[in-house]
Structures are given as structure tokens and as C-alpha cells.
Design a protein around this ligand. Structure first.
Ligand SMILES: Cc1ncc(COP(=O)(O)O)c(C=O)c1O
Length: 359
């Protein structure tokens, strides 16, 4: 930014001028591209979601929506085995992460998360003018001893579980050990937990510093609906409610999300399909010479043994197949590839075979 631009924008807070915004994955607007770059679910959502959305009446659009999305909270509470007042809804789980950061992080306060992980955490901390404390994962994607150490002015810990981009999971024991050792809230980001079959929701009752965020974007095929939620003890939810926008979830998304949460049979079938393609995908990528990190999510993290990740990304992109090329400071780069349908996997493998055959 030039000096002239800087002085013109002087009314912004300094940290806003200094920070970079979140760069989301490419979203091409044609229907020809195969999109395996943003971890969307390849299958359509439960038909009951569409039915619920179509049944929303003009009268409920004329009025403001239910500020606490209570219909959703009661179905979710029943599924998760908690009371409704343990749940806070958001416009996607990104909004939950934003609320939590705003609630706990004052300027200068430290926020810790393992590196590399979800890139949005940096942006949220920068908005608060907080201080980033990113601690490298060990080579096997476990947490290093430093991660468990308490520290002055630590305001919040983020932990994506499964992690993105690795797709790896940490055990409940390790997460509880962390919650007990650090003296601040620990937000376990479970955007991909349904695909892993493990969750920390059942541990929330044990310690009020453990907060768990979840989303309907991935396992419920509803990234476009924007609905996520937090599970925490009621005294924590009660404080967070104070900082949320009054009507953060609209009437249409509440209706759709409630229907999605009710249709657990659809969820189970969907998870089964994604997991089965994931296992085929790992085996096929390995047979093509990729080193693939074992994944518990709906994507895999991989690198080819002798072709650069950027070259593979560019080749696939030029043939209308998008994967996510990711480059992390001092860590290196790789490809994060979303699990699509079996047909999309065939298309990926065919392209990779033809690329790797050419010298
Ligand atoms: C680790 C992680 N957390 C949270 C999110 C946010 O999901 P959403 O805002 O769609 O609920 C994502 C999205 O890709 C993610 O990868």
C-alpha cells in the first residue's frame, strides 16, 4: 500500500490495514468444473431439507426469525444428549469461531493453534489485534509438548479435529489433557468430525473451558445454507449470546437445518458413501506414487513422490478439475483433495495417470 493510500485510510484501525483477509477456495460458476477444492459434500442434501425450505410461509418471512433457533436447538440437543441451552447457532461455524474469538481475545492477548491448520484462525485473531501463537505439529501430526504448556495472556486455543489440511485426529484423552493444562477456553473445531466417527461433545460436561463447534456444511451437504452451532456449558452460552447478532440465522436456514438434523438416517448413508470413496481414493493415489496422510475427514492431504504439487494442481486445473494447492510458511506445500463421488474419483485418477505417464 502506498503512503498516500495509507494516509487516506487512516481512520481504519492499524491492525485492519496490516492484516490480509481470508482467501477462500476458487468457486467457478460454471457446472463443468469438478470441484474437489473446498471440502463440499458431492451429494445433494436430504430431500426433507428442501421440503422444509419450500414449506416456509410468507408469514414467517415477514417477521423476524426465532433469535435462538430453538427448533434446531431442541433436535440437536436430543441427538447429542445435552440440553437445548448448551447450544448456540451461527451463520456457518465460521460465525461461531468469530463470536468465540470476539468474546475471549482482547488486543495483545495470545491465541494458540497448531500449524498448519485452518487459515481463518489467523484472520480472526488479526481482527481482534490479538497475538498469534502457532505451534508446529510434530511430523506425525500429533501435538508437541509445547502445545500443552500454559502461558501468561493465553486467551484461547483453537484445535481443528479432524485437522485441515491433514485430515488427522487427536484422541479425546489428548484433548482433555490440553483442556486441563491450559487456563483458557479450548475451541475444538469439529467441522469434519462426522466423517471421523469421534467427537468431543460428550466431554463438554466435564470442563466448562471445552467448547465444540460443528457445521452442517460438510456432512449434511449444506455449505450453501450457512448453518453451524456451538456446544458448551450453559453459563458459557449465556455470555456468548450477548455478543451475537440478534437474528444471525434466518428463517429459511433454521427450517432447513432443523430438517437436516432430524434426518439422521440420511446422514448415516451419506457418511458411509464418503468414507468408502475416501478409502478407494487413498489406495489409488498411493498406487500412483502419492504419499497420502491417513485421513478421518472428507478430504486427503497428499504429495507426489517426484512431481511438484503446484505442477499437478495446474495440470488438473487446466483440465477443469480443481483441487486445493496449499503452501504453508516453513512447512512446505501439498495438495488437499476433497472426496467426491466415485465418478469424480475416476476422472481424477484418469487425469493423473495421463499426466504422470508423460515424462
Ligand atoms: C476446519 C474448518 N472449520 C470451520 C470451517 C467453516 O465451515 P462453515 O463456516 O461452512 O460452517 C471450515 C470450512 O471449510 C473448516 O475447514
Amino acid at each position: 500500500m502506498t503512503e498516500q493510500e495509507k494516509s487516506r485510510l487512516a481512520f481504519f484501525r492499524d491492525n485492519v490495514l496490516r492484516m490480509s483477509g481470508y482467501q477462500s477456495g476458487e468457486q467457478p460458476r460454471g457446472d463443468k468444473t469438478i470441484k474437489l477444492n473446498t471440502n463440499e459434500n458431492p451429494y445433494p442434501c436430504s430431500p426433507s431439507v428442501l421440503q422444509a425450505i419450500r414449506s416456509v410461509e410468507a408469514e414467517s418471512l415477514r417477521k423476524y426469525p426465532d433469535a435462538s433457533a430453538s427448533a434446531f436447538c431442541s433436535v440437536a440437543a436430543q441427538n447429542l444428549g445435552v440440553d437445548s441451552d448448551w447450544i448456540l447457532c451461527g451463520n456457518g461455524s465460521d460465525e461461531i469461531l468469530s463470536m468465540v474469538t470476539r468474546a475471549f481475545v482482547a488486543p495483545g492477548q495470545r491465541v494458540r493453534w497448531p500449524f498448519p491448520s485452518y487459515v481463518l484462525y489467523s484472520v480472526l485473531v488479526d481482527i481482534q489485534d490479538g497475538s498469534r501463537e502457532m505451534i508446529d505439529f510434530a511430523p506425525d501430526w500429533s501435538l508437541s509438548e509445547d502445545f500443552y504448556r500454559d502461558a501468561d495472556s493465553l486467551g484461547l486455543v483453537f484445535l481443528a479435529n479432524p485437522n485441515s489440511p491433514s485430515g488427522t485426529v487427536l484422541s479425546q484423552e489428548k484433548i482433555m489433557e490440553l483442556v486441563e493444562r491450559v487456563d483458557c477456553p479450548v475451541l475444538v473445531d469439529e467441522a469434519y468430525a462426522d466423517f471421523s466417527g469421534t467427537s468431543c461433545v460428550e466431554l463438554v460436561a466435564r470442563n466448562e473451558r471445552l467448547l465444540v463447534s460443528r457445521t452442517l456444511s460438510k456432512s449434511h451437504s449444506l455449505a450453501g445454507l450457512r448453518f453451524g452451532y456451538l456446544v458448551a456449558q450453559p453459563q458459557i452460552i449465556e455470555q456468548l449470546v450477548k455478543i451475537k447478532d440478534s437474528y444471525n440465522c434466518d428463517a429459511v436456514s433454521i427450517a432447513g437445518a432443523t430438517a437436516a438434523m432430524t434426518d439422521q438416517a440420511w446422514l448415516e448413508q451419506n457418511l458411509e458413501k464418503v468414507r468408502s470413496t475416501r478409502e478407494k481414493m487413498i489406495a489409488q493415489l498411493e498406487s500412483l506414487g502419492f504419499e497420502v496422510t491417513p485421513s478421518s475427514a472428507n478430504f486427503v492431504w497428499c504429495k507426489h513422490c517426484d512431481r511438484s504439487s503446484r505442477e499437478i494442481y495446474e495440470y488438473l486445473k487446466s483440465r477443469q478439475l480443481l483441487v486445493r494447492y496449499m503452501q504453508f510458511d516453513h512447512w512446505g506445500d501439498g495438495l488437499r483433495i476433497t472426496v467426491g463421488t466415485d465418478d469424480q474419483l475416476d476422472a481424477l485418477v484418469t487425469l493423473l495417470e495421463s499426466m504422470l505417464k508423460r515424462s
